[in-house]
Design a protein around this ligand. Structure first.
Ligand code: BES
Ligand code: MG
Ligand code: ZN
Length: 350
């Protein structure tokens, strides 16, 4: 390590080097989880892996694995509707990292989409490239890897991580197009396309997250193919109601090089998801293909009351071919380092 250091930077700043190695290890954990086959990384296996990774930091971290019975008690009808078609039990993973013991500073809340395989459900996806949907837990992977990294770095900040974990599968029990479900906040949703499942599981996770009175909420999700159409792998799309939060995320991304780019949350898109025949909301936009990443964000906004919220759509940066030369081909683990840097800067300023 020290030989490499002198060749690469020509200095003896081992502290910064070690910090870089820890950030990279965080991204590698997310890559490993995303690349792994869906029959290996099931919701249960995902939760157990994260529990093991956090075990050495037990004094500052607690891990709770919530079962289906808990989800029912919580009235998470939107999340449960996605899990129905699968025989694999869903898990709602809740992580608490207490980097400021003693104080009761409000936490940063990170929420990650954890669909360990997205077949599309009854609105089945085409076969070509369906294997890539083993990485549809990339939001959960990057959120959990960031918390593991924050714990390793002992960042002086409180973080809560929430990841609804499940598969999206077709079966005789699966949710059907046109079904109506009720989310935790009482809003009804007409599920016109079972492949728009990420927003359903995040809706309930976002509602639940507000009980912690967070200083900011950041959710991360491989949410829409439309995000990939919009920006490709150049940057993560950020939809936020907070200029303060945008500045923090943008600043962090300039440090890491794993970029973010701001996207709109216009009322224009909200109108396209609140016009539903049978319910308060429809889970797809009225003009389904147009502005798909923006209508998905507008849908999530219906489940947020916090004044500092950001939704990161990472579908475009999910995998790497050869666009980013320092990343190998395959699932990318982006933007783990930007999330860690963001948390580090929040800690630094508090
Ligand atoms: N997980 C997908 C989005 C995705 C696609 C991520 C490709 C990464 C690469 C998501 O659940 C999905 O299927 N979205 C649909 C929404 C549509 C039905 C409104 C999409 O993007 O096609
Ligand atoms: Mg889908
Ligand atoms: Zn999905």
């Amino acid at each position: 390590l020290s030989i490499k250091l002198s060749i690469c930077v020509g200095s003896n700043d081992t502290v910064k080097w070690e910090k870089g190695v820890t950030y990279a290890e965080g991204q590698n954990l997310a890559r490993l989880l995303m690349e792994a086959p869906a029959n290996h990384i099931t919701p249960t296996a995902f939760a157990n892996t994260i529990e093991e990774k956090l075990a050495p930091h037990g004094d500052r971290v607690s891990v709770v694995k919530r079962s289906k019975a808990w989800m029912e008690e919580q009235q998470m009808g939107a999340f449960l509707s996605v899990t129905r078609g699968s025989d694999e039990p869903p898990v709602f993973l809740e992580l608490h990292y207490n980097g400021l013991p003693g104080g009761n500073q409000p936490p940063l809340l990170l929420v990650g989409k954890g669909v360990t395989f997205d077949s599309g459900g009854i609105s089945l996806k085409p076969s070509a490239s369906m294997d890539a949907m083993r990485a549809d837990m990339g939001g959960a992977a990057t959120v959990c890897a960031s918390i593991v990294t924050a714990a390793a770095l002992k960042l002086p900040v409180n973080i809560i991580g929430l990841t609804p974990l499940c598969e999206n599968m077709p079966s005789g029990k699966a949710t059907k197009p046109g079904d109506v479900v009720t989310a935790k906040n009482g809003k009804t949703i007409q599920v016109d396309n079972t492949d728009a499942e990420g927003r359903l599981i995040l809706a309930d996770a976002l509602c639940y997250g507000h009980v912690f009175n967070p200083r900011a909420i950041v959710n991360v999700a491989t949410l829409t193919g439309a995000m990939d159409v919009a920006l490709g792998s150049a940057a993560t799309g950020v939809f936020t109601n907070s200029d303060w939060l945008w500045e923090k995320l943008q600043k962090a991304s300039v440090v890491t090089g794993d970029r973010v780019w701001r996207m709109p949350l216009f009322e224009h898109y909200t109108r396209q998801v609140t016009d539903s025949q049978l319910a308060d909301l429809n889970n797809i936009g009225k003009y389904s293909r147009s502005g798909g990443a923006c209508t998905a964000a507008a849908f999530l906004k219906e489940f947020v009351t916090s004044t500092h919220w950001a939704h990161l759509d990472i579908a475009g940066v999910m995998s790497n071919k050869d666009e980013v030369p320092y990343l190998r081909k395959g699932m990318s683990g982006r933007p783990t380092r930007t999330l860690v840097e963001f948390a580090a800067q929040l800690g630094h300023n508090s």
